[in-house]
Design a protein around this ligand. Structure first.
Ligand SMILES: *Cc1c(COP(=O)(O)O)cnc(C)c1O
Length: 398
């Protein structure tokens, strides 16, 4: 075990890690299921799951075994060679997205890279050459690399790195703004079905349907960023499947391989024909280790009915949070096991810190929102444990 020596690791972190990261207050050593342990032996209930990443929780035997087995066979082969787990995962993604026969899959290594691929896809949708506009939403989050940052609707994240990649316009998340923005020069519209980083904000009623109607009418691609909402978390494989629409492309990452880095762009219909050989690629993208991990995670979600669990545990969690009756909680947002709590006072950071102190990992994406994204394997008793911890933390603050 690594000795903490009164915060020595924090000094080492600050002295060696890039200043783009702030120094954490806790160092974790191991976990199992929905719990993690720090290097001082304290146990935490993990209701953040590595920000919607640890779909199977920690040290799940199915994922551990798949990784060990694949690592002993082939970890990496380069894109000059095919591997069975890669083809299997692409076929699986075509099936669970409903992209079907015409669907195609590109693999990268992160959410940002999946969105970079989608950005390039949008550039290939040129029409007669006049399609240079890309629409995205204010307050959206699509990643930190230059293309995905250009799509991100948070000026404070973009400004230090301007000039941005050209052509992206951020519109308000209203049907009126959508209608006002569209013309035939729009190449693509990027939308998160639920804005996770913004505090788990649901889209207005009818927004996705209107987005589909306008993109179709103007020959623009509807690209859904399902990086946080995907892989069963919101109660269906992908959140868009709860709406009456089919997108042209979706991006996937976070939970898909339970913490092993991987991202994917999945295209639907004729959008699958846009990329030509040699136009995009990644050294690590879709390597056997990462794709074997994703196959194990997606296989386990299916085998153990974890999407149904996300619905049932999500309902239980919502009801139990409402039943606490805390005056601090103004609204409960999101779907399934992606939950946002809108606070009536800007005390999210304080609440988050007190929860951590009490042995509960949650997240404060902004001043007045708490985000919960527990592993999809979370059980009834862990929801009870959460409510006990969380209600006492809320009481301490009220
Ligand atoms: C996390 C996230 C990203 C970026 O993913 P990275 O793996 O951090 O690059 C993009 N879009 C959404 C909606 C996300 O939640």
């Amino acid at each position: 075990m690594i000795q903490t020596q009164g915060g020595t690791w924090q000094r080492r972190f600050g002295d060696s890690l890039m200043g783009s990261l702030s120094t954490p207050t806790v160092m974790l050593s191991h976990g199992e299921g929905c719990h993690v342990h720090d290097v001082d032996g304290k146990r935490y209930l993990d209701f953040l799951g590595g920000i919607a990443v640890n779909a199977l929780g920690h040290a799940h035997p199915v994922l551990v075994d798949a990784l060990a087995t694949q690592a002993a066979a082939l970890i990496h082969v380069s894109n000059y060679f095919a591997s069975a787990p890669q083809i299997e995962l692409a076929e699986r993604l075509k099936r669970i997205t409903g992209a079907g026969e015409r669907g195609r899959v590109y693999f990268g290594n992160s959410g940002a890279e999946a969105n970079e691929a989608a950005f390039k896809l949008a550039r290939l949708n040129r029409g007669d050459g006049s399609k240079t506009r890309i629409l995205a939403l204010q307050n959206s989050f699509h990643g930190r690399t230059m293309g995905s940052l250009a799509l991100t609707g948070k000026p404070a994240l973009r400004e230090p790195f301007e000039p941005m990649v050209a052509g992206v316009e951020h519109i308000e998340t209203t049907i009126a703004a959508l209608e006002a923005a569209f013309d035939d020069r729009v190449a693509a519209l990027f939308v998160e079905p639920i804005k996770g980083e913004a505090g788990v904000l649901d889209l207005p009623e009818g927004f996705l349907e209107k987005a589909r109607e306008l993109t179709s009418r103007h020959g623009a691609l509807l690209v859904l960023d399902e990086i946080q909402t995907g892989v069963g978390r919101t109660g269906s494989w992908f959140a868009f499947q709860q709406f009456d629409i089919v997108p042209d492309a979706i991006t996937v990452a976070k939970g898909i391989a339970g913490g092993v880095p991987i991202g994917a762009l999945v295209t639907f219909g004729e959008t699958s024909d846009l990329f030509e050989a040699g136009q995009h690629g990644s050294t690590f993208g879709g390597n056997p280790l990462a794709t074997a991990a994703a196959n194990a995670v997606l296989g386990e979600i299916e085998a153990s009915d974890l999407i149904l669990n996300a619905v049932a545990r999500g309902d239980q969690l919502r009801e139990a949070i409402a039943a606490i009756g805390s005056p601090l909680i103004g609204e409960i947002r999101g779907r399934g096991l992606l939950i946002g709590l809108g606070l009536t006072q800007p005390v999210a950071a304080e609440l988050n810190a007190r929860a951590l102190e009490a042995g509960l990992i949650i997240n404060a994406p902004n001043d007045s929102s708490i985000r919960l994204a527990p592993p999809l394997i979370v059980g009834e008793s862990e929801i009870d444990e959460f409510i006990t911890l969380f209600s006492s933390v809320l009481k301490g603050l009220a």
